[in-house]
Design a protein around this ligand. Structure first.
Ligand SMILES: *[C@@H]1O[C@H](CO)[C@@H](O)[C@H](O)[C@H]1NC(C)=O
Ligand SMILES: *[C@@H]1O[C@H](CO)[C@@H](O)[C@H](O)[C@H]1NC(C)=O
Ligand SMILES: *[C@@H]1O[C@H](CO)[C@@H](O)[C@H](O)[C@H]1NC(C)=O
Ligand SMILES: *[C@@H]1O[C@H](CO)[C@@H](O)[C@H](O)[C@H]1NC(C)=O
Ligand SMILES: *[C@@H]1O[C@H](CO)[C@@H](O)[C@H](O)[C@H]1NC(C)=O
Ligand SMILES: *[C@@H]1O[C@H](CO)[C@@H](O)[C@H](O)[C@H]1NC(C)=O
Ligand SMILES: *[C@@H]1O[C@H](CO)[C@@H](O)[C@H](O)[C@H]1NC(C)=O
Ligand SMILES: *[C@@H]1O[C@H](CO)[C@@H](O)[C@H](O)[C@H]1NC(C)=O
Ligand SMILES: *[C@@H]1O[C@H](CO)[C@@H](O)[C@H](O)[C@H]1NC(C)=O
Length: 889
């Protein structure tokens, strides 16, 4: 529980104590709220019961709807959008708790309201109506109590060395700062339409600063829309820079929407209704729109609330960030322990990530596939009507989709994203293997964590030192993001709502309408032609069938970014054809961004200018001066009435670019503010003293994205700086060129001796890791550790204390019941065992597995798998992957 709510509870207790003397009534109906009284438990129970009912009914309704539309065999744009936002069980649990709480609060208010004078619009303050007991009941029953519990943080050596997957305990004092499934931070308080957190523009007639808000689709059409052909190209930046922005965005934030696509109250299907009814917040299509006639609304779902903001008494709707805020490569590794484990190859002794067992990219790895949830739907497969070069062959196994599985659910969004995910998956495995050669005594977990730690640093360096100076301009970057001065635990590194919902979406206006794909030698190839952007969305199958990731990466390296120009903002691929699947109305990314900002209650443009110490325009002339463009100012004012109300995203991208940068002053301020917090508030920041040794930091300094491309693809010619536009292929350098430096990992070799205690005691078989002045031990599977799990260098005696442990073979044959099938004989071997039938050769391992499963069930199978893993450990490069370990049912 955060401090604010602790304070709140405390004050609530006070209130309760003071009130105890007043006559306590427990009415089931509330007749007169001018008197001081509590609602009473029956009232609260009733509200809770109905809230749970409403929430679960809407979820169930949604599932049915989805099944129905899937059985029709169609993929609607909203289905694809939902695919993005697929979240793990932790996130779903939190959302359900928050939604039950939210619905409870709303019901209580409604019940109170219907019992007050109908003409008096003043809502009663719930603090005064709920006893501490009622409050506790609501928090417990909704599930929010446990969601808001403060995690317990380890303080051992490893917890100073590796990040948690969830981001929890990065800050020891505020362990939830920056963690997954916590609300976005606010730099300015939200300005919702009402006290319950209704979005801005929920009532189209509602006045803000004396003006109503224009429909977002109008803004998109009048201000953003640009013909695909009519764009200007960036003279100096490559499209890979744009891609990197999105890649990092997927490291920083994911806003889950409610799992319900049906209205809580009525059960109406949000994707077919034009009625605003939580969580449906449909986007009206104006009459002037070429789209009218197809459908009068574009579906839109409110972002899920979080428990923290939904406290019944301090109600301020907050949205959830489902992933870690930190730049920690969480899109590669996942943001929960479970998803991290799902992505690993746990049977590999090298700490590798799992690879696709069915397909490869000319010998290089691809990501594994996601299992199919619905019987025949493959959102990432070829769709009828699309021009496929080969027959529509979904990836073999009927159980699998063509969607790739990665640490972030948006991995399949488009070909560029898939290419980067694949690239860094390979880079992890490359690093882990190289580390293993340097430190053969490291356990698989150590190899994995060390590779992950390097990957985190690589992402921080590429973002702060290569990406940000291009976006902000060198000068502004060094001014707004001054050199690192150490970890500052008072800085909250959580992603700000305005950053995720508005500021970091600036790059949408630099996206090209086409996906350029180039063959070897950077030549166009008929095998993988350049595609309109909308044909690249969710087209994972193309990676498998159309030449892997190299053509996409070559395209990103060689094609320029789109230049943001005030009368050419967003290409029609994004405003008119987003997720244009078969049937259904395509989405408009511009309108979605604006609506999202209103859903999150982001204050208008003027408030953000003031926050940044910039002028706050109050007239058209002042706005025109800021925009450097009277036509644009006039367009915006015609829509919004006042500069105050301009949605912050569109206002910010309308400002002229800073010298040498690609954003205006407001965006520069907001981006710099966030990236500074992400750096200074990160206990695992790569430059922090103690994170890496001085030699390691020096090695990391030379990190190059071009090198990573060289090391993990078939591409042999790269630009020295891949974020800079390359005009001629002659300017590309071979991977062997000194300007494409290798990442030399020799500084990661663990020393064999300690200056005080001498040679480091290692054990055989067994793993060890030197952490500060402690040696930590682990045994391979099939062995148990006998003795202490760590020894320490004692500076006085200059000896390691206590004596190091040994790894002792487990005698699996001594297990009861026997691990081998009946009528067979068990033979213990180091780290494993075999079963033989008297008179016959040893049983094939798979039949053993089958028999064991039949006899002993799951527990034995687990043990068997673990044992198998151990058996192959010492022979890593040979493929001794016998059927023993394949879990055939
Ligand atoms: C509410 O209570 C007050 C004071 O107890 C009383 O004067 C008033 O008439 C009551 N109003 C109603 C609608 O019961
Ligand atoms: C509405 O209620 C408030 C107190 O909650 C009271 O001060 C005010 O006079 C009421 N107004 C009307 C019109 O009843
Ligand atoms: C509700 O009442 C409590 C105590 O009376 C007060 O501290 C709090 O600020 C009030 N909240 C609102 C939203 O008026
Ligand atoms: C709103 O408009 C009215 C009439 O045009 C004006 O009198 C009033 O001052 C305006 N209010 C604000 C807050 O601008
Ligand atoms: C492209 O933009 C120019 C002005 O910038 C405009 O005159 C022209 O009509 C536009 N072309 C298309 C196809 O819209
Ligand atoms: C896991 O690693 C083992 C051994 O290194 C390898 O044989 C197997 O193919 C890998 N599995 C996956 C899914 O990557
Ligand atoms: C597919 O593309 C080829 C050339 O790339 C074209 O000739 C053919 O008409 C296209 N087919 C469809 C169905 O669009
Ligand atoms: C699909 O999965 C089921 C259960 O996991 C398995 O029995 C079946 O063999 C699989 N089918 C294919 C084609 O892989
Ligand atoms: C890496 O660095 C070490 C020590 O600085 C050096 O001996 C080694 O040759 C380097 N390796 C490569 C591949 O450059």
């Amino acid at each position: 529980m955060d401090t604010a709510s602790m304070v709140f509870l405390f004050s609530l207790t006070l209130v309760v104590c003071l009130r105890l003397s007043s006559p306590q009534q427990m009415p089931t109906e509330l007749h007169n709220i001018t008197e001081v009284l509590y609602l009473g438990s029956p009232f609260v129970q009733e509200a809770l019961r109905r809230a749970v009912e409403l929430t679960d009914a809407a979820y169930a309704h949604t599932n049915e709807k989805v099944k129905m539309s899937l059985s029709e065999g169609s993929v609607r744009p909203s289905d694809l959008l939902a695919q993005f936002k697929q979240t793990g069980p932790q996130t779903r649990a939190h959302i359900r708790a928050a939604e039950v709480l939210d619905n409870t609060v709303e019901l209580i208010r409604e019940m109170v309201y219907t019992h007050t004078h109908a003409h008096n619009m003043t809502m009663p303050n719930l603090t005064e109506l709920l006893s501490a007991q009622d409050f506790e009941t609501i928090m417990q029953a909704s599930g929010c109590s446990s969601e808001m519990q403060r995690p317990i943080c380890e303080t051992d050596c490893l917890s100073d060395r590796y990040r948690s997957f969830t981001g929890q305990c990065n800050n020891r004092q505020y362990p939830l700062w920056g963690a997954a499934n916590t609300p976005y931070h606010r730099w300015l308080p939200p300005e919702y339409e009402d006290a319950l957190g209704a979005p801005r523009g929920w009532d189209p007639e509602h006045f803000y600063h004396n003006a109503t808000l224009p429909p977002v689709r109008c803004v998109s059409q009048r201000v953003l829309y640009t013909h695909n052909e009519n764009i200007s190209l960036d003279s100096s930046l490559s499209h890979l820079l744009v891609e990197w922005g999105q890649w990092i965005d997927h490291d920083l934030g994911l806003t889950p929407q409610t799992p319900s696509t049906a209205a809580f109250r009525t059960g109406a299907d949000c994707s077919r209704t034009c009625t605003r009814d939580s969580p449906c917040f449909p986007i009206q299509i104006p009459l002037s729109d070429p789209r009218t006639g197809i459908q009068s609304c574009m579906p839109f779902f409110r972002s899920a609330p979080s428990c923290v903001g939904t406290l019944p008494t301090r109600h301020r709707r907050e949205q959830l960030n489902a992933i870690t805020s930190f730049v920690d490569a969480s899109m590669v590794y996942g943001s929960s322990d479970q998803s991290a484990a799902d992505l690993r190859n746990l049977s590999s002794p090298l700490g590798l990530l799992a690879l696709n067992p069915l397909h490869s990219d000319q010998g290089l790895a691809l990501m594994p596939f996601l299992p199919r949830r619905q019987s025949h739907l493959d959102p990432c497969g070829p769709r009828p009507g699309q021009n496929t070069s080969e027959a529509d062959t979904p990836p073999d196994e009927g159980n699998m989709t063509s969607c790739f599985q990665a640490g972030d659910s948006r991995a399949n969004e488009h070909l560029g994203m898939i290419a980067l995910h694949t690239l860094f998956l390979r880079e992890h495995n490359r690093l882990a293997q190289e580390l293993q050669e340097l430190n053969p005594h490291w356990a698989p977990d150590t190899l994995y964590q060390e590779a992950r730690k390097i990957m985190g640093a690589v992402h921080q360096i590429l973002t702060w030192e290569h990406y940000l100076p291009r976006v902000l301009g060198e000068e502004v970057a060094s001014e707004l993001v001054p050199p690192y001065e150490g970890y500052t635990p008072q800085v909250n590194p959580s992603i700000a709502n305005a950053f995720a919902t508005a500021a970091f979406r600036f790059a949408h206006v630099t996206v090209q309408p086409v996906v350029t794909r180039l063959g070897p030698g950077y030549r166009p190839s008929p095998r993988h032609p350049t595609l309109p952007l909308h044909n690249s969305l969710f087209a994972s199958w193309r990676v498998i069938q159309e030449g892997g990731i190299d053509p996409v990466l070559r395209g990103l390296l060689l094609s320029p970014a789109k230049l943001q120009v005030s009368d050419q903002m967003m290409v029609e691929e994004l405003t008119e054809r987003l997720f244009q699947a078969q049937g259904g109305l395509p989405f408009d990314l511009g309108a979605l961004n604006l609506q999202r900002g209103r859903d999150h209650g982001l204050p208008g443009y003027g408030a953000w200018r003031r926050l940044c110490g910039l002028s706050d325009p109050s007239s058209e002339a002042e706005l025109a001066a800021i925009m450097g463009n009277p036509t644009l100012a006039q367009k915006l004012l015609a829509l919004y009435g006042t500069p105050q109300n301009v949605d912050v995203w569109v206002g910010a991208i309308s400002e002229p670019l800073l010298p040498g940068g690609r954003v205006g002053p407001l965006l520069a301020c907001l981006l710099a503010k966030q990236f500074r917090a992400l750096r200074d508030g990160d206990r695992f920041w790569w430059q922090r003293e103690g994170m890496f040794s001085r030699v390691q930091r020096t090695a990391l300094q030379s990190v190059s994205l071009s090198r990573i491309i060289c090391d993990n693809t078939h591409i042999r010619l790269v630009p020295p700086d891949p974020f800079i536009r390359t005009r001629r292929t002659e300017d590309l350098l071979p991977c062997t060129h000194p300007l494409i430096p290798l990442l030399n990992l020799s500084a990661w070799r663990e020393p064999d001796t300690d200056p005080t205690c001498g040679s480091i005691p290692r054990i055989q078989p067994g793993y060890s890791l030197l952490c500060d002045n402690t040696v930590l031990y682990q045994c391979p599977l099939g062995f148990v550790l006998i003795g202490p799990s760590q020894v320490r260098c004692d500076p006085h005696t200059q000896q390691w204390k206590p004596a190091p442990p040994t790894c002792q073979d487990v005698d699996e044959c001594a297990f009861s019941p026997s691990i081998c099938p009946q009528n067979t004989q068990c033979h213990n071997t180091p780290g494993s065992f075999t079963c033989t039938e008297p008179g016959l050769a040893s049983l094939s391992a798979s039949s053993v597995a089958a028999a064991v499963v039949a006899v002993l069930g799951g527990a034995a199978l687990m043990l068997l798998i673990l044992t198998c893993y151990r058996r192959f450990f010492p022979m890593k490069s040979e493929h001794l992957w016998s059927p023993c370990c394949q879990r055939k049912n």
